[in-house]
Design a binder for this molecule. Structure first.
Ligand SMILES: [Zn+2]
Ligand SMILES: [Zn+2]
Length: 399
């Protein structure tokens, strides 16, 4: 983790946010921010990066019956994962994951923080429910065909993180994004199957919804492994396994709740595997030379040019490797930059409009870092190395 000493800058930023936010005047565009003062940027100091997989099927899913939990946990431990979300299909056990996946004696690790999860598998699409503590999943399963208002109320009552799965596939997510905390924008090692999901994410972001993008391997290793599954559902392939892709969260502490909170808050990036470089994305909002925002943060622009920093942290293929960075602003390509060298980072500047909503995020392509335990996974991801979550300006925090 790269330490960033920002306390003074953050104090200034928080103060100016509280007092300097000008009232919008005369603007009629739908992306004009009209709300009250935005919350201060959360401190970048003292956090911890945690890596994990948020979508895995064990033997408690009927299409993954040769995948015991102990095998999944062993691979996660060997890859140095910090947290894990085993998300079996709830409809395969009639909603009763509490007495199947969670009650399995193998549902245990001394090294990896296991979250309480399930894949909410419905006629209107799939979602992963994520919790730092056990909850009544049966109660959530029972409202799967109800109106969205009923589902949203139950979600709030249970206190779970609700994440849309593979929205751009044939199991498209067809519920309201108003009750969604995150979207699985990178499903399985097979990056190419995510184009529509990425398009949906950008659309949701442009509409003013501040929703985290996350990864999930959706690894099954199904039995029976029919030819149809192999060709059309290649997430069943053994090359797709724990951590392909890996979702990184920047948590305030190494706890389950802090990991889920970081996911909700968008302090998240996704990399092709647990050994690949982690994409970090920061911004210096007030031009004092110190980074005072990171992914997931939302602030008013200071009126000065903002310096953004993209950096890659972790094992690289080789110091001489060159990575390409596509900067996305409000859904479109804003810039394409290069990163290479022993301290791989690149800066760029832009001046976000004073009263208009905008977001910036990055996608990094280049050579893949080998994943020794799952050596063929890199080929499935092509040159997609990692992606960030957005840094936001003028987003309505109540939305
Ligand atoms: Zn699914
Ligand atoms: Zn799944």
């Amino acid at each position: 983790m790269r330490a960033l000493a920002l306390a003074a800058a953050l104090t200034l930023a928080a103060g100016s946010l509280a007092t300097a936010a000008p009232a919008p005047t005369g603007l009629t565009a739908t992306n004009v921010f009209r709300g009250p003062a935005l919350p201060p940027v959360v401190s970048l100091d003292g956090g911890v990066w945690m890596k994990g997989d948020l979508h895995i099927h064990s033997r408690h899913s009927k299409d993954s019956s040769n995948n015991p939990i102990a095998k999944i946990v062993a691979l996660a431990e060997s890859a140095g994962m910090d947290y894990l979300c085993i998300s079996d299909h709830d409809n395969h056990v009639t909603g009763d994951v509490a007495h199947h996946t969670w009650a399995d004696p193998e549902f245990h690790s001394d090294k990896v923080l296991l979250l309480w999860c399930a894949e909410w598998t419905t006629h209107r699409g799939h979602a992963t429910t994520i919790s730092a503590k056990p909850y009544d999943h049966q109660a959530f399963y029972d409202v799967r065909d109800a109106r969205d208002t009923v589902i949203a109320a139950q979600k709030k009552k249970l206190g779970i993180h609700f994440s849309a799965n593979h929205p751009g596939t044939t199991d498209a997510f067809m519920f309201s994004y108003d009750m969604v905390d995150s979207i699985e924008v990178w499903n399985s090692a097979i990056w190419s199957r995510n184009a529509i999901s990425m398009h949906i994410w950008d659309g949701v972001l442009k509409s003013g919804r501040k929703i985290t993008g996350r990864g999930g391997s959706d690894s099954h290793h199904g039995t029976p492994d029919t030819p149809e599954q192999t060709t059309n559902l290649s997430y069943q392939a053994p090359e797709n396994n724990v951590g392909t892709p890996t979702t990184w969260v920047y948590a305030t502490a190494r706890t389950r709740q802090a990991a889920v909170d970081a996911l909700t808050n968008g302090r998240v990036s996704v990399s092709a595997n647990p050994y690949g470089p982690r994409v970090e994305f920061y911004a210096d909002r007030d031009g004092d030379g110190r980074m005072d925002m990171m992914m997931g943060d939302n602030a008013r622009p200071s009126g000065k040019p903002v310096t953004f920093r993209v950096q890659l942290t972790g094992a690289l293929v080789q110091p001489a490797a060159t990575y390409s960075v596509r900067v996305v602003k409000d859904g479109g390509t804003f810039k394409t930059l290069q990163i290479s060298g022993a301290s791989p980072h690149v800066d760029f500047t832009d001046t976000p409009a004073a009263d208009v909503r905008s977001y910036y995020r990055v996608e990094v392509t280049g050579p893949q870092t080998p994943y020794p335990q799952v050596p063929k996974s890199a080929a499935l991801s092509g040159d997609m190395v990692g992606l960030s979550n957005p840094i936001y300006f003028n987003y309505d925090p109540s939305f």
